[in-house]
Write a protein that binds this ligand. Sequence first.
Ligand SMILES: *[C@@H]1O[C@H](CO)[C@@H](O)[C@H](O)[C@H]1NC(C)=O
Ligand SMILES: *[C@@H]1O[C@H](CO)[C@@H](O)[C@H](O)[C@H]1NC(C)=O
Ligand SMILES: *[C@@H]1O[C@H](CO)[C@@H](O)[C@H](O)[C@H]1NC(C)=O
Ligand SMILES: *[C@@H]1O[C@H](CO)[C@@H](O)[C@H](O)[C@H]1NC(C)=O
Ligand SMILES: *[C@@H]1O[C@H](CO)[C@@H](O)[C@H](O)[C@H]1NC(C)=O
Length: 454
Amino acid sequence: MKRMKLSISRGIPRFVFILGVLSLICILSFKFYSLKPFLILDTKHIYSTNSHLSNRPQIDILDTVIKNIEHEMTNIRDSQEESPHALRYASFLADILGLIESAKSGGPEPEVVTGSNRSQLAHISPEFFLTEEIRKYIRIKPNRLGKQNFMGANGTFTSIGHACFSMKQELEEYMNYDVGDICNDDWKLAQRLMVHGCDPLPRRRCFSRAPQLYTKPFPFPESIWSLPDDKNVRWSQYKCKNFACLAASNTSKGFFKCSDCFNLTHHENPRWVIPVYPDPASNSTPDFRITDILDLKPGEIRIGLDFSVGTGTFAARMREHNVTMVSATINLGAPFSEMMALRGIIPIYMTINQRLPFFDNTLDLIHTTRFLDGWIDFVLLDFVLYDWDRVLRPGGLLWIDSFFCLKEDLEAYLEGFKMLRYKKHKWVVVPKVDKDDDREVFFSAVLEKPPRPF
Ligand SMILES: *[C@@H]1O[C@H](CO)[C@@H](O)[C@H](O)[C@H]1NC(C)=O
Ligand SMILES: *[C@@H]1O[C@H](CO)[C@@H](O)[C@H](O)[C@H]1NC(C)=O
Ligand SMILES: *[C@@H]1O[C@H](CO)[C@@H](O)[C@H](O)[C@H]1NC(C)=O
Ligand SMILES: *[C@@H]1O[C@H](CO)[C@@H](O)[C@H](O)[C@H]1NC(C)=O
Ligand SMILES: *[C@@H]1O[C@H](CO)[C@@H](O)[C@H](O)[C@H]1NC(C)=O
């Protein structure tokens, strides 16, 4: 018993990290894919099996507990319930399951890195994977001539996400290609791996497929408000097979967030220029106009990040004001990346799992809409907000645009935002009135990062 306790407590630090990922995986998979991918997640493969538990009865008890939890999670999945309570419950169960499986396999042992022996950092062995190309990718590539390179390293240390180890089969399928050949048409598998934490991906040595006949994009600024040429996108993995279908009021387009975002003329054009009043009875709106926000800091806002679901219209409007935005996006059900690029907006293809690829105190603005909503786990929100804070410069603005959640969750979310202790330029809560219920609210704010002269 004492032994088991020991291995559990040793397992905890790394699992605190994994928990966040697990909850995200769980919530994401529930929302976007159903729970199935999560249920087959087999945490004992994350680390090479160094079984500390040799005691058969204990293992049997743990197996029973695991089976019961898995059974319960299957029930939740089959019930198709998507209330926040069901999600939180499922996420809680997923956490427990992870802990138990860690305890069962002896738990990950924290590696003590002594001195400069970097090879000990590679405690997860490349030999775990059967595909030679993955092993080749992960192995440290020492510099030629045995000297440090200009970056101060003795070699190049490529990495993959730890979740790749729990998605071994899918990763091996993804990595089954011939070097120098044309890649398989499997970006969707790649995106699935990324969303579930296997990121960055190790596939680098095949040629990506391209549209059969790429026509040159429209010149700027015409490109901003024109639906691009259909020929410039590979459509095979989408329900819609052209931009007109995506722009039409069509309910079965394969994605649900922002289903009007491809309708540039009617839906996109007025955004951030003409506010919408969700409750006609009141004159409050969660929509701020870009000009009003830029006037808070005349001439100071030059570069920023848009972390939203959309086709880049925010960045397009900002470009008209000479502000350069990059827009984080993935291709969830529609070619969002290609759409942005063809409009002349920079899409960065990344998931919320990732730490932002910007240095501390660099950006003037972060804008977010339709992304962080009532689905997001409170701990995950914390991780996200701290990272945004990191990359925002002192005096930079964080624009939370129409965040929505259930009324009863609002306080908890607002605590998350208040934690930043930013100066409030704008802060509104507006009821979200739908046809038949008023259980949700919108929250919008523009906040300024304070100086931190420490
Ligand atoms: C670094 O660690 C590896 C594995 O633990 C060991 O084989 C190697 O000899 C060590 N190298 C040095 C320079 O200590
Ligand atoms: C790099 O190699 C040199 C010897 O060539 C060694 O002294 C140094 O500790 C190594 N640095 C790292 C970070 O491994
Ligand atoms: C609506 O989407 C479906 C694909 O799910 C497509 O078959 C249909 O043609 C679309 N309708 C219009 C009007 O674009
Ligand atoms: C955009 O929406 C409007 C109104 O719903 C519709 O009349 C128009 O045809 C749509 N545009 C496209 C390109 O489908
Ligand atoms: C953007 O920059 C151009 C060129 O410097 C300038 O002519 C234009 O007035 C600027 N637009 C705005 C909205 O500041």
